[in-house]
Design a protein around this ligand. Structure first.
Ligand code: SAH
Length: 339
């Protein structure tokens, strides 16, 4: 079994059978070896340092009705908000002062509001020329993506959620199509965004084959970032009573991707640390190299409830957690680089 880890590390890929064996192996030693080799690759490339991204949850207004998501359109119990330009700029200011060099604006899918946000993006760009700006605003027309890029955005996160069209159809309402998500990912790459894809682990109806398809999809797209977290049920959604995904499987995927793509930016996600005590550290020790602390105004955090119990850790705690495992913070922008 452990030879599989060596083969994956050497070839930077593995056949479907091998991937499946690593995802499902009951052998604790193999899993430890997988994490150890992934950690070694990350350390060789990045040192024992983690990049930070300031997550600013810009708006929970959304036109979509994804069955898993707590801020889906038909969830009437959500109190909807959109941060003002002033609130966004003060969140950036706070993050900059604390030494963060990437601002991530994330929100529900709302094309007219996203178009308007371009002005704020330009203002952030002018105020902090050395910061990276990442957006995560869902599927938008090509021209809107282009405007946002021209306004100064550098990166864009658009998880594909699942690379299997049949599985995609069971997680989303009729009318949402994997094809259009993929069209957006290609647009973003073509426009020169550093682009992130990703999926939930253990979303309802997911099979091991689906995860292998996700890995093949990532191989074909070659994104700069991959965000992966366990599915966590959200109340007042159709999946409220579904079981959460597996933290262990999430960690194995971080390690597999680290061995396949040594330079990839892989966040140790909030969903992982929500599900697993010490999950943020476990993610780093499995090969992740990014943490995204929240800089959403405290009064709005409860309203951006994608899932139950979503944790929001402050920077000093994150720093302590990293110190405890012998890691520290890299205060550069942390752009993707091939070498
Ligand atoms: N509207 C943007 C941002 C979505 S929220 C977009 O469409 O890209 C960011 C991510 O949260 C989603 O891509 C999804 O993978 C994740 N997410 C949503 N609901 C979740 C849940 N119940 N459990 C775990 N992750 C969830």
């Amino acid at each position: 079994m452990q030879e599989l880890v060596d083969t994956l590390a050497r070839q930077r890929s593995l056949g479907d059978e091998g991937l499946r064996a690593l995802l499902e192996s009951p052998d604790g030693e193999t899993v430890q070896e997988l994490h150890a080799q992934a950690r070694a690759v990350a350390e060789e490339r990045f040192g024992k340092k983690v990049y930070l991204r300031a997550l600013i949850e810009w708006s929970n207004v959304c036109r979509n009705d994804c069955l898993y998501c707590g801020i889906r359109k038909s969830n009437r119990s959500v109190h909807r908000y959109t941060l003002t330009r002033g609130e966004i700029l003060s969140a950036c200011e706070k993050a900059w002062t604390q030494g963060l060099r990437t601002f991530v604006l994330q929100g529900g899918e709302n094309p007219p509001a996203a178009l308007e946000l371009a002005g704020t993006v330009a203002e952030i760009r002018a105020s902090w020329p050395e910061a990276a700006i990442t957006l995560s605003l869902g599927e938008l027309p090509y021209d809107t993506y282009r405007l946002l890029k021209d306004s100064g955005a550098d990166r864009y996160l658009l998880r594909h959620e699942t690379a299997s069209p049949e599985h995609y159809a069971r997680l989303h309402p009729a009318g949402m199509r994997l094809e259009s998500r993929i069209r957006c990912i290609r647009d973003l790459k073509a426009l020169g965004f550093q682009t992130g894809v990703g999926m939930m682990v253990g979303s309802p109806f997911q099979t091991p084959e689906d995860l292998i398809r996700d890995i093949r999809f990532i191989e074909s797209v070659r994104p700069q970032m991959v965000g992966i977290g366990p599915f966590i049920p959200a109340k007042d959604t159709p999946f409220a009573d579904q079981p959460a995904g597996s933290a262990d499987m999430t960690l194995r995927l971080y390690s597999i991707l680290r061995l396949m793509f040594p330079n990839l930016l892989i966040p140790s996600t909030t969903a992982l640390s929500t599900l697993l005590e010490g999950g943020r550290q476990a993610g780093i020790l499995a090969g992740a190299n990014v943490i995204m602390p929240s800089f959403t105004p405290a009064s709005r955090r409860a309203d951006y409830a994608l899932y139950e119990g979503k944790s929001h850790e402050e920077l000093p705690i994150i720093e302590q957690e990293l110190t405890a495992i012998g890691y520290g913070i890299n205060r550069n922008r942390g752009d993707y680089s091939e070498n």
